[in-house]
Ligand binder design. Structure first.
Ligand SMILES: [Fe+2]
Length: 227
């Protein structure tokens, strides 16, 4: 697959990173590949707004592009299932960050790339997975990818639901800054998207909104351990 067609300069990945990432991407089904490319673009937009140096942008792009590669280890019938997941199915999906990190390590990617993928489902409040890291314990790339991933998932149409509008998705991300997302990154992302709330401020207290289904969509809470 041609990464230049995704709007990415191969130079920013380095030739080795480019070659390896193409090989790993080939493992993914077309839907996950398309999602991954959009998450990479959104992550890079946020990274550029944060003035990350070019070398970091290259690594961030790789990590975002490959963040879901562990889904190759999850059976299709679980990934495609419509409706609520059983605890066992949920735990099968929740193994994908660790599986992905193992694949990326075996392919020789550096720690920053691996850790971005390993921790992209951690939550800022510590209730994410796989390790329940909280706040700034969560690697920086993973906190960026978490915001981009949630926005992409909410604004994409799936066979079982319509896409959420961009404005609603950004409201949702801002609503969950502090619990799910790094607040500074959630706010910077809203700014990157040119989001201005009607009252003229992006970041005033948001009104209570009903719980949106994105928690399920992102299967974002750890599976409770069964003893
Ligand atoms: Fe994921």
């Amino acid at each position: 697959m041609g990464l230049t067609a995704c709007g990415v300069s191969p130079g920013s990945f380095g030739s080795l990173g480019l070659e390896r990432s193409c090989g790993v991407l080939e493992l993914l089904d077309p839907g996950t590949r398309a999602h991954s490319i959009r998450v990479m673009r959104l992550s890079l937009s946020l990274g550029r707004a944060l003035d990350l140096p070019e070398e970091s942008l290259g690594l961030l792009g790789l990590s975002a592009l490959l963040h879901d590669v562990g889904k190759v280890k999850v059976p299709d019938w679980v990934l495609q299932k419509r409706g609520p997941l059983s605890p066992v199915e949920r735990s099968m999906i929740q193994m994908h960050p660790s599986a992905g990190a193992a694949i990326l390590r075996a392919e020789g990617f550096c720690d920053q790339v691996v850790l971005g993928a390993l921790h992209h489902h951690e939550r800022f409040d510590g209730w994410g997975y796989p390790e329940g890291l909280r706040g700034e314990e969560i690697p920086f790339f993973a906190r960026i990818i978490a915001v981009a991933d949630a926005f992409e998932a909410m604004t994409s149409r799936r066979p079982y639901r319509n896409a959420m509008g961009h404005r609603d998705a950004l409201e949702e991300i801002l609503h969950h800054r502090f619990d799910q997302f790094d607040p500074a990154l959630a706010e910077a992302f809203a700014e990157v998207c040119g989001f201005v709330r009607p009252e003229g401020s992006c970041f005033t207290e948001l009104p209570d909104t009903p719980n949106m289904p994105h928690g399920d969509l992102m299967h974002s809470i750890r599976v409770p351990e069964v003893h």
